[in-house]
Design a binder for this molecule. Structure first.
Ligand code: PLP
Length: 438
């Protein structure tokens, strides 16, 4: 397809594509034709700086030649194979993931995405412990399948036949503290007391797992305060619950670490991943298991599997992505960008615009929270956010807008100049919309 048919993509979309999480009649999607690095081009030939990484997944950037070549080569060799067969590409992918995981976690169960990774992690934790309940947080997203969407705490939670045994707690979020905390230390301590309380009230012997996003992403990039995750680990150990860390959005470079928990002095029992593991070039996700949990299934069937688990095209893209990320220092780049350019640049916006309530994040994982009033922290409304989004798009920047926040989540390969370009546009848009709403 060339750029000659801009309207056809939109017309076919409107006629035949049923979109996720949307009222179908109100859609006006961007018709994306191609992309490269941190830039996305639409069917009219217009280019946008991608500060969204699509759904926060293109960590290595768009159309990386090594990953594209690996997928092509694998397609010529063996484009599909049943999960029951051994396959070298799958083994290499599993090894590449395990090499980056903590010691004593040497097995990977592959899935097609993040939701089914959480689905299977929950099942593993329940079977391993013989218990039922899963504790997760209100401000979370774990995917849109049976148990994963019930574990989800935000507006997308859909109570369904899997809802039995799911319990929600508040996690730390100092800016809107549920615990009347005024310091990160207080927030961590009180959130831990709350978690401990809820587990005791539910009956510790009934709690199979605590499932947390290491850094809750869609809920607002809620970087946990020091001590929180280590405290959760202690609580899980005390009560014999499995700690599942959902690294679907935060993992594989986004925070400037291979796994986000590497920056937080905590070790999970199960890790769920997807997105950044292969930047979404082919759908892939999975669960990394501790050896102890894996051993539960040495002489007992794990009742779970998917036709495309460990699909060779996905596996080839995982191997190539992780190799290229290592060779090109992509994870270090994300960390340095966060520390030296993006973090400081966003904090400067807080000084310049009263509409910015708080910026928070790390690596290439940031949220800018917009408020009508800094004293009351009242969020700006949906109409203001729509204007912010439109203003960014009009100026050639593709944002990730969620509730009252602009999430600045570019590919991990973004350059300082590209960051400065994005920041300048965001500055302009906040100067335009801010005074109308504050
Ligand atoms: N977990 C987290 C933290 C996520 O952010 C997402 C998706 O955004 C998921 C799970 C679900 O992943 P998927 O959409 O690949 O099923």
């Amino acid at each position: 397809m060339t750029h000659a048919e801009p309207d056809l993509a939109l017309a076919l979309d409107r006629a035949h594509v049923f979109h996720s999480w949307s009222a179908q009649g109100t859609l006006s999607p961007l018709a994306v034709q191609t992309a490269e690095g941190c830039r996305v081009t639409d069917t009219a030939g217009r280019t946008y700086l991608d500060l969204s990484s699509q759904l926060v997944n293109t960590n290595i950037g768009h159309r990386h030649p090594r990953v594209v070549a690996a997928i092509r080569e694998q397609a010529e060799l063996l484009p599909t194979v049943a999960p029951a067969h051994a396959n070298l590409t799958r083994g290499l992918a599993a090894r590449a993931i395990v090499e980056r995981a903590p010691e004593g976690m040497s097995k990977v169960f592959f899935t097609n995405a993040g939701a089914d990774a959480n689905e299977n992690a929950i099942r593993m934790a329940r079977l391993h412990t013989g218990r039922d309940k899963v504790v997760s947080t209100y401000r979370s997203y774990h995917g849109n399948t049976g148990a994963a969407v019930v574990a989800t705490g935000d507006w997308r939670r859909v109570p369904n036949e899997y809802a039995r045994g799911h319990v929600h707690v508040f996690g730390p979020y100092l800016y809107r503290s549920e615990f009347w905390a005024t310091t990160p230390e207080q927030e961590a301590e009180r959130a831990l007391q709350h978690l401990d309380h809820v587990i005791r009230a539910e009956g510790p012997a009934s709690v199979a797992a605590v499932l947390l996003e290491t850094v809750p992403g869609t809920a607002g990039v809620l970087v946990p305060p020091p001590g929180y995750l280590a405290g959760v680990r202690e609580i899980c150990d005390r009560y014999g619950a499995v700690l599942v860390l959902d690294e679907v959005m935060a993992g594989f470079g986004r925070t400037g670490e291979w796994f986000a928990f590497d920056g937080f002095d905590v070790r999970p029992d199960l890790i769920t991943f997807a997105k950044g593991v292969n930047s979404g070039y082919v759908p892939a996700g999975g669960v990394v298991l501790s050896d102890e949990i894996a051993a539960t299934f040495d002489d007992r069937v794990f009742p779970g599997g998917l036709t495309y688990s460990g699909h060779p095209l996905a596996m080839a893209s995982v191997v190539a992505t992780l190799e290229a990320m290592a060779d090109e220092g992509v994870v270090d780049n994300a960390r340095r960008i966060g520390e030296d350019v993006l973090g400081p640049g966003l904090r400067e916006l807080t000084d310049r615009h009263a509409v910015v309530g708080e910026v928070r994040g790390l690596g290439v994982f940031w949220a800018v929270e917009l408020v009508r009033d800094r004293a009351t922290r009242e969020p700006v409304d949906a109409d203001a956010m729509a204007r912010v989004k439109a203003g960014l798009l009009r100026r050639g920047v593709l944002p990730f807008v969620q509730d009252n926040r602009v999430h600045v989540v570019p590919p991990c390969v973004i350059t300082p100049d590209e960051v400065r370009e994005g920041l300048a546009v965001l500055d302009e848009v906040l100067a335009e919309v801010g005074p109308e709403v504050v």
